[in-house]
Design a protein around this ligand. Sequence first.
Ligand code: SF4
Length: 183
Amino acid sequence: MPGRAEYQALLSKVDAFAARAEAGQAPWLSCAAGCDGCCRTRRSAWAVEVDHLRRFVQRLPPARRAELAARRRDPAVVAGDRCVMLDPDGRCAVYPARPLICRTHGPAVRLPDGALSWCGLNFEGLDPEAVAATVPGDAVLDLELLNRLLALINQRFVDGCAARGEAPPARADLDAALAPPAG
Ligand code: SF4
């Protein structure tokens, strides 16, 4: 399917860049497994990302799939503001397949308007000017560029679905990846 391989390649590049960014910003980061500050929100994802997540979930053991599917229907989860993929221990149930946006949270990133943004738990005690002066420029991910690449890849995926007569998953909340396969 067009778009899938490109999306996987983009994930790998972003992971490599994120590792460099985290190394460059390490003295000011408190990110660690189990810290779920970035996940206390309901996220949506592009069609190619929902497809990637869905295929990951379908490869999970049946009991784990059933657990996640039940969570999707849990009224407390539905009414809450936590990501449906967030496990009770603060870890991500789909970590290897999590969307791009999840891979960029924590360290300082450059927003489309040129400003820097970072998790409020990081850079403790530094004001925005101090962060800008401190963070190495080559250790900051450019979200505008990333969003453009993702939009292009998503379009290839959507066009590929159309060419095969298939309906792509809509941009949707992440819990769409837990829905039973159509048909
Ligand atoms: S998909 Fe995973 S990393 Fe992303 S918000 Fe949900 S729990 Fe957090």
